[in-house]
Design a protein around this ligand. Sequence first.
Ligand SMILES: [Zn+2]
Length: 114
Amino acid sequence: MATTSDTPAPGPVRTCVGCRARAAANELLRVVAGSDAEGRPALVPDPDRRAPGRGAHVHPTSECWQLAVRRRAFPRALRSGQGLDTALVEQYLTTHAPPPEPHEHRPETGARSS
Ligand SMILES: [Zn+2]
């Protein structure tokens, strides 16, 4: 499906808890309060948006993530108190982060002369 910017978003719109911009829910990463592998309370990425309960939405970029963390937006949005571990989402963002500058000049491949 092509996305065009001059038609209303087809799906639900959510607000990024980082930059506070509104965006289609499917452009944002849903984050829920869950637990990590050791059972400690943690923020858990929910890319399929299927996890039950309250979710917070953030652009899947480290910029918005950092903003949201600094503002303590997640504990507030999730009503889950503080002390939620952020490692799972950070890991997710590291693995799934979009390339920062798609049109930036590429690292030189071959053409090595000294
Ligand atoms: Zn954002």
